[in-house]
Design a protein around this ligand. Structure first.
Ligand code: GDP
Ligand code: MN
Length: 388
């Protein structure tokens, strides 16, 4: 789950990371009032779950109330297209109004989970304000790295090494080390998957400040953080993923046209591989889980049916704890409600498979049955080609 910049800064402030004074605004009036409280110059920033706003006109420096009003009017409701939003862009529904600052240097500081190292990695670079992916490809030597020992945490010497590498002056090193330590604590305690300050700035007076902040959390740990979970902004997320989360389904939208309904994450991944091996592309990853009820299966099937990219559906179930009859009832229920407009291929094995098949046969639904997984994948790919 990602959160907005203003929420990320609020969280960082609680951990003692220096951030600019600022207020969130949902209307032009709120933005102007916030600007007047903060004083001028101030910055009006579009809040969307994507970076690259600066270059797209989503960050405006304003010098008086009239300019703040004009900036807020322009940005609220606007669709902002940045390299990170994709061509459809994102609608700006809220703003962050912040005190303007005088910037001497723009640096980069990020933390991510490094899967290969099995640790949190800290990355720092003198090339702040630029997309770090670009730095990584054009000048990888400009990215400094440290990995955090999970027992010890970020050691002070690691912080100092990064601070010196960033070319910070002696009296800024202490500041940098405490900022990095606070950031690392926030990362671990909040179960983050990504924290990025781009830029982390050095001000005219030598102080460090997180001018931009992006935070992503590990969805699997959110149950431990109801306060963070409450920060979710569904308008920034894929509506099908939001619907799936409501039903506690593991669903991830993908680019292809074959909707997959599977039980078990391992089988779901194997199904996607098999679909690809048969020459097709899955439209989603969907694991309904072990103990799914008829209602849950119906919700999952409805989500797939609601995806306009889906040209065929492949249901691949190995009935264990999830019984085939329960699955079949869920599919029939959803298909009756929404209408089955695309070919449906079903491969079922395991507990109560005969009852499951009877329910599907009695439903009158036009179902293509598959002998095994590979057969099902091939039939789904062929059906999608015919439909396309
Ligand atoms: P992004 O483009 O979505 O990553 O948005 P950022 O929050 O990083 O802002 C983009 C750029 O706006 C920064 O790199 C800064 O150069 C500039 N900027 C943001 N706030 C201020 C400010 O208070 N003063 C000045 N002078 N520039 C700012
Ligand atoms: Mn930025």
């Amino acid at each position: 789950m990602n959160i907005h910049e203003h929420q990320a800064k609020e969280l960082l402030r609680r951990y003692g990371v220096p951030v600019p004074a600022g207020e969130v605004a949902f209307t032009v009036e709120e933005a102007v009032a916030a600007a007047e409280r903060l004083g001028f110059p101030c910055v009006v920033k579009a809040q969307i779950h994507a970076g690259g706003r600066g270059k797209a006109g989503g960050v405006k420096l304003v010098r008086d109330a009239a300019a703040a009003q004009a900036a807020a009017k322009d940005l609220l409701g606007k669709t902002l297209v940045t390299p990170q939003t994709g061509p459809t862009g994102r609608v700006v529904r809220r703003l962050l109004v912040e005190q303007g600052v005088a910037i001497a240097r723009e640096l980069y500081l990020g933390m991510v989970v490094d899967r290969a190292a099995g640790r949190v990695a800290v990355m720092a670079s003198t090339e702040g304000g630029v997309e770090i992916e670009e730095v990584a490809t054009t000048a990888p030597e400009k990215i400094l790295r440290e990995t955090i020992d999970p027992v010890v945490g970020l050691a002070p010497y690691q912080g100092r090494r990064l601070a010196f590498g960033l070319g910070l002056a002696k009296d800024q090193v202490g500041q940098a080390v405490s900022l990095m330590t606070a950031l690392a604590r926030c990362f671990v305690e909040s179960d983050c998957s990504l924290v990025e300050l781009n830029p982390l700035v050095v001000l005219g007076d030598g102080k460090l400040l997180a001018l931009d902040a992006k935070i992503g959390f590990d969805d699997n740990a959110l149950f431990r953080h109801p306060d963070l979970r409450a920060l979710r902004d569904p308008s920034e997320e894929d509506p099908r993923e939001v619907e799936a989360a409501k039903h506690d389904l593991s669903y991830i939208a993908l680019e292809g046209d074959i909707g997959c309904l599977v039980n078990g994450a391992g089988l779901a991944m194997a199904t996607m591989d098999t679909v690809k091996a048969a020459g097709g592309m899955p439209a989603n990853f969907l694991d309904v889980g072990g103990g799914a009820s008829t209602e849950k299966v119906a919700a999952a099937f409805r989500i797939i049916l609601g995806d306009p990219h889906v040209k065929a559906i492949f249901v691949n179930i190995f009935g264990g704890i999830l019984r085939c009859d329960v699955l079949a009832e869920g599919v029939v229920q959803a298909a009756r409600e929404v209408g089955l407009a695309v070919p449906l291929v079903v491969r079922m094995e395991g507990t109560n498979v005969e009852q499951g098949k009877q329910i599907l046969a009695a439903s009158g639904l036009d179902i293509i049955s598959a002998a095994d997984m590979a057969d099902g994948a091939q039939k789904a790919v062929a059906a999608a080609r015919r439909a396309a």
